[in-house]
Design a binder for this molecule. Structure first.
Ligand SMILES: Cc1cc2nc3c(=O)[nH]c(=O)nc-3n(C[C@H](O)[C@H](O)[C@H](O)COP(=O)(O)OP(=O)(O)OC[C@H]3O[C@@H](n4cnc5c(N)ncnc54)[C@H](O)[C@@H]3O)c2cc1C
Length: 466
């Protein structure tokens, strides 16, 4: 797939109300909203409009996870009385489906940017002054500048990516299915790929230095996920340091501080993402940074007047919808609409492995730290009709301030990512369990499990033991 420029005419429109450096989720969302508000916009992108999320992140991984779900359904058809068999995985076919989804969305996005009259400039930009970005010798001036250059897959010292040592970038484009994989890193990206490969039939081992998988989530989610991964035959080692790996023509050997050694076809390095800020001129122009991240206040202002930053280069959750929201916020702020700053605690998080993990708000530990006395309840999906129909296990955990609003919702089970919409309304509108308990939830849906969890927390459990 080649990237076609949307509207770039070198030498024209070289000044605008707003120049945005980076056309990923955050950058293009900012451009679209700013144009809608009547600002003139120059959007500079060196690769493909849509950035990591569309081309190397959210969309292609979720397409792989969808293919994985289909593979599981074929394999498990007998559980539902359906005679089906999983004959195998055709990676060519999987990639065609995945690339088709990306291509369609890419085309739609290009059309959208073009239709809003945004001056799209293809090329590598360099931030040279608080009102200027240079691209291939051409200077673009903006009354405001938004830095939105995103992130890259990190590795560890002495672990050079290449050959059988891969990151998510290469993992998304494998044209074969490995028999055995070691995944280094039990965070979101690591467990999502572990889940895909296991569904496709590979032997998978996840290695995580911290004591549990998904260490940023509530402990409850990690426990539920680990139990499910054990049932699925996914091996994992937590609380153990990786000490090194070797590769040869035939495979990789991965060593752990425990003395254990794992052999595999591939090592996926999923140890986090670093900010793309080293080569864009930020430090030279005096932008205040820490460990490569651009520092901003809660209105996303950097230390330089008229210069803002958003998305993965700003410390916080590295999520596409955070980037979208920040982009919209900044466009409105720059247009003088005085929007309310984004509450980072209210941003929902979903890990799309099987089973899914979704959450919003505070973990139990954070809630205790900030609110002192709290109450929690766990509702088992065993009591939820739709979950039984889906044959999924899992649970919902609610955290509330003592006699106060719901502070955090944590969900584990098939398809619970789709429940996070209701969960975020509850948390962000600071609802009390009694408010939610009074709302009638449709039967049999998984949303009903959220309703029942709140009934239980309000002291009147229905399909749950008190
Ligand atoms: C495997 C994977 C799965 C993910 N899954 C999810 C998910 O399910 N849900 C979710 O919310 N998030 C997910 N993410 C995270 C999400 O992709 C990022 O948070 C999001 O893309 C960040 O947006 P951004 O605009 O900050 O940066 P990016 O999307 O990285 O965009 C930055 C853009 O800037 C361009 N650029 C960089 N330097 C320059 C320069 N000097 N000149 C011009 N252009 C430049 C880059 O080419 C890029 O297009 C996933 C990420 C990965 C890697």
């Amino acid at each position: 797939m080649t990237s076609t420029p949307v509207t770039s005419t070198p030498g024209t429109n070289t000044s605008a109300d707003l120049v945005i450096l980076g056309g990923g989720s955050g950058g293009y969302a900012c451009a679209l909203r700013a144009a809608q508000l009547g600002l003139s916009v120059i959007l500079v992108e060196k690769d493909k409009l849509g950035g990591t999320c569309l081309h190397r992140g959210c969309i292609p991984t979720k397409a792989l996870l969808q293919a994985a779900e289909v593979a599981d359904a074929a394999r498990d058809g007998h559980q539902f009385g359906v005679k089906a068999a999983l004959e195998g995985i055709d990676m060519g076919g999987v990639n065609k489906y995945k690339d088709g989804v990306v291509a369609k969305m890419f085309k739609g996005l290009q059309g959208l940017v073009s239709s809003r009259g945004i001056n799209y400039v293809e090329g590598t930009g360099r931030f040279v002054a608080p009102n200027a970005v240079d691209v291939d010798g051409q200077r673009y001036l903006g009354r405001s500048i938004v830095l939105a250059t995103g992130s890259y897959a990190k590795s560890l010292p002495d672990l050079e990516i290449g050959g059988r040592f891969i990151t998510s970038d290469q993992a998304l484009n494998l044209d074969y299915l490995p028999d055995r994989v070691v995944v280094l890193g039990g965070g979101v990206i690591g467990v999502e790929f572990a889940s895909v490969w296991r569904s496709f039939g590979a032997e998978v081992t996840v290695v995580e230095a911290l004591p549990r998988l998904l260490p940023a989530e509530d402990d409850f989610c990690s426990k539920q996920l680990e139990r499910a991964f054990r049932r699925r035959g996914i091996t994992f080692r937590t609380g153990v340091r990786f000490t090194g790996a070797n590769q040869s023509n035939s495979g990789v050997t991965v060593n752990l501080a425990s003395g254990e050694q794992f052999e595999a076809d591939l090592l996926l390095v999923a140890v986090g993402r670093g900010p793309n800020t080293a080569d864009a001129g930020y430090a030279e122009a005096g932008v205040r940074m820490e460990r490569g991240f651009v520092l901003t206040d809660d209105r996303l202002r950097t230390n330089l007047p008229g210069v803002y930053a958003l998305g993965d280069i700003v410390p916080g959750l590295q999520l596409a919808h955070r980037g979208f929201a920040q982009g919209i916020f900044l466009a409105e702020d720059i247009a003088g609409r005085n929007p309310t700053p984004i509450d980072e605690d209210g941003i929902p998080r979903v890990t799309y492995c099987e089973p899914q993990v979704a959450s919003v708000g505070l973990t139990e530990v954070q809630a205790k730290d900030r609110h002192g006395e709290i109450e929690t309840i766990t509702y088992d999906l065993a009591g939820n009709g739709r979950s039984q129909i889906l044959q999924t296990r899992g649970a919902i955990k609610l955290v509330r301030a003592k006699n106060g609003p719901v502070l955090g919702i944590h969900l584990v089970g098939d398809r619970v990512g789709e429940l996070v919409g209701e969960a975020q309304l509850i948390v962000n509108w600071e609802a009390y369990p009694e408010d939610v308990a009074a709302l009638v939830h449709a039967h049999p849906t998984q949303n009903e499990a959220l309703g029942e969890a709140h009934l239980a927390l309000a002291g009147k459990p229905l399909h749950a033991h008190s």
